[in-house]
Design a protein around this ligand. Structure first.
Ligand SMILES: [Zn+2]
Ligand SMILES: [Zn+2]
Length: 376
């Protein structure tokens, strides 16, 4: 391969167990030896992630010649960088993110289908699920709140500084993985926006200044979501905008139960108006088409509020400072996290009714979710 770098590593828990479980239980993976991500952005990035049985150079080269990452069963994740080690790192990190989202989403759907059909949940599956839940570190909403500087910028350099500051906060609070997400700030007729592929905790030198009147084409390196940011600002005057991919917000956004919805199309055209504790969930594709998120997000965005994009992530915006958007991003993830475990608990409770032999175990696992919830 014409590449400069290879990265092979065994991922830390809970990712190691998660990948093992997907390989063991996912029907598509068993049949076609590949993991298909559920969330829109990693699906765009990867298409799918091939699974290889042995550490065989030919098989690895074959997989990596058409995909950015591959999984070697029971061993780890292998990725490459065409030019830099950073590219290999981004693919590795994105693999962890997409398998995490897929595992928790698929588990929810599995428990749901068991509850619908009245069939018991596989005990071994449930035990491993419980174990993975306990190894899962969540976003930073349990810690003390992050306080950003309250002063408004008085020149361009200060805009760069406040954006770098909030970028570091988003990453340290685990509200994005890999290089997903972006930040913008409108100041003196320019939209300052993080460049596509930039790491949000290292934004120095990676922010573009794009004139709002479209008089320049320097938006080329700017985030692909520039038009969404611009539209949010133009529509409601919010000039401080954050976009991240907090995991449980992404997972819960895909839990559409609307009859007549084609689940594979919900990210474009979901019929059901949903929300998670008052935060609206909207469909919205990456890109600029009529079902693109640049058209679906701005109309529902409110000052100091947030919007969840189906299977993708969260936008939060306010006038002048990033404090409220940052708090909102954390709040939405905390709400989604709580909603996820409340839903699972309900589904499992339902299952243990009338099934005396599994009651004890089901009850135990349900109470351990309660513990997970109490921690926060
Ligand atoms: Zn995104
Ligand atoms: Zn739907």
């Amino acid at each position: 391969m014409n590449i400069s770098c290879i990265l092979f590593a065994e991922p830390a828990e809970p990712y190691r167990s998660i990948i093992r479980e997907i390989i063991r239980h996912d029907r598509e993976c068993c049949e076609s030896k590949r993991i298909v991500p559920m969330d829109c952005e990693t699906r765009t990035f990867f298409h799918d992630i091939p699974v290889i049985d042995y550490f065989d150079p030919e098989a690895v080269a074959a997989a990596l010649s058409h995909r950015k990452a591959a999984i070697i069963k029971d061993l780890g994740i292998i990725t490459y960088g065409a030019f830099t080690p950073e590219q290999a790192y981004v693919s590795f990190s994105s693999t962890c993110f997409s398998t995490f989202v897929k595992y928790f989403y698929d588990s929810l759907i599995y428990f749901d289908s068991c509850a619908q059909k009245g069939t018991p949940v596989d005990r071994a599956y449930l035990r491993t699920f419980d174990d993975i839940v306990h190894r899962t570190e969540t976003a930073g909403f349990s810690g003390s709140p992050v306080i950003l500087r309250p002063e408004l910028p008085t020149n361009d350099d200060e805009v760069f500084e406040i954006m770098a500051e909030v970028g570091r906060a988003i990453v340290s609070q685990r509200l994005v993985d890999s290089q997903f997400g972006n930040i913008s700030y409108v100041y003196r007729d320019h939209i300052f926006i993080s460049q596509t592929g930039s790491s949000l905790d290292e934004l120095e030198g990676c922010i573009d200044m794009v004139p709002l009147d479209g008089s320049s084409s320097i938006g080329i390196t700017a985030s692909s979501e520039l038009s969404a940011h611009k539209n949010i600002y133009l529509r409601n005057g919010c000039n401080a905008i954050l976009h991240g991919h907090p995991k449980f917000s992404v997972i819960m956004s895909m839990y559409c139960k609307e009859e007549g919805c084609d689940r594979s199309q919900c990210h474009k055209t979901c019929k059901k108006k949903r929300e998670i504790m008052l935060t609206p969930i909207v469909p919205g594709e990456i890109g600029t088409g009529p079902t693109g998120l640049m058209n679906t997000v701005p109309p529902v965005m409110t000052e100091g509020g947030g919007v969840i994009v189906y299977g993708h992530g969260v936008f939060a915006a306010d006038r002048d400072t990033f404090q409220k958007p940052l708090d909102m991003l954390m709040q939405i993830e905390e709400n989604s996290f709580r909603e996820y475990f409340a839903t699972v608990k309900n589904l499992l409770k339902h299952l243990s009714e009338g099934a005396p032999d599994s009651l004890a175990e089901g009850g135990q696992i349900v109470s351990s979710f309660e513990g997970k919830d109490d921690r926060h």
